[in-house]
Design a protein around this ligand. Structure first.
Ligand code: ATP
Ligand code: MG
Length: 193
């Protein structure tokens, strides 16, 4: 089973991914973590990524798609476990590329878990996280930009996956465990059928 965990910045993708990995034994690919790791190590990719991330912008599709494909191809074993994609795709172009890539590898996206969270809750969570995370993008100005970018570039994916019949809307407000129970129910009730 391959899953996409989808939602606005601060919607809890990373948090719920950890729980999904525990329960379903999936391999985690988080593009946000991957990029932050590259920034911390000062790689060539990290230097480019830092410019976009600190401004609240997306890394250009062409680069991001290459990085994603490379990540899978370097560890093809992860396809056997099943992958949870966290933070990718973030544009329709990325979704199309992912579809093509997985088809070439003989597989597909079985379900998309869409975490739907109120905007004021998103801002509160990111401001709270910013106090401890040291992330360059968890400050109020960058948060606003990220939300704007999300609405313009990423939110259309909801329609895209609804049309494909893969989208499962989850209320992402409230307690972590309640949200996770809803996700597990959506998956167990036939997201993989
Ligand atoms: P959450 O809190 O729900 O885990 P997030 O938006 O706070 O989500 P990440 O997914 O970690 O955080 O992404 C951080 C940043 O990394 C993005 O704002 C963007 O600049 C960059 N990034 C991550 N994934 C992609 C992608 N698929 N395409 C382009 N840029 C990306
Ligand atoms: Mg994240």
């Amino acid at each position: 089973m391959n899953l996409v965990i989808f939602g606005a910045p601060g919607s809890g993708k990373g948090t719920q991914s950890e729980k999904l990995i525990d329960r379903y034994g999936l391999h985690h690919i988080s593009t946000g973590e991957l990029l932050r790791d590259n920034i911390a190590r000062g790689t060539k990719l990290g230097k480019v990524a830092d410019i976009y991330i600190s401004k609240g912008l997306l890394i250009p599709d062409e680069l991001m798609i290459d990085v994603l494909e490379d990540t899978i191809l370097r560890n093809p074993e992860c396809l056997k476990k099943g992958i949870i994609f966290d933070g990718f795709p973030r544009t329709v172009a990325q979704a199309e590329a992912l579809k093509g890539m997985l088809a070439k590898m003989g597989t597909e996206i079985h379900a998309v878990v869409g975490l739907e969270v109120d905007e004021n809750e998103l801002v509160d969570r990111m401001l709270q996280r910013g106090k401890e995370s040291g992330r360059s993008d968890d400050n109020i100005d960058t948060i606003k930009k990220r939300l704007e970018v999300y609405h313009k570039q990423t939110a259309p994916l909801r329609e895209y996956y609804l049309k494909g019949g893969q989208y499962h809307a989850i209320n992402g407000n409230g307690a972590i465990d309640t949200i996770f129970a809803d996700i597990a129910k959506a998956i167990d009730d036939g997201a993989t059928r």
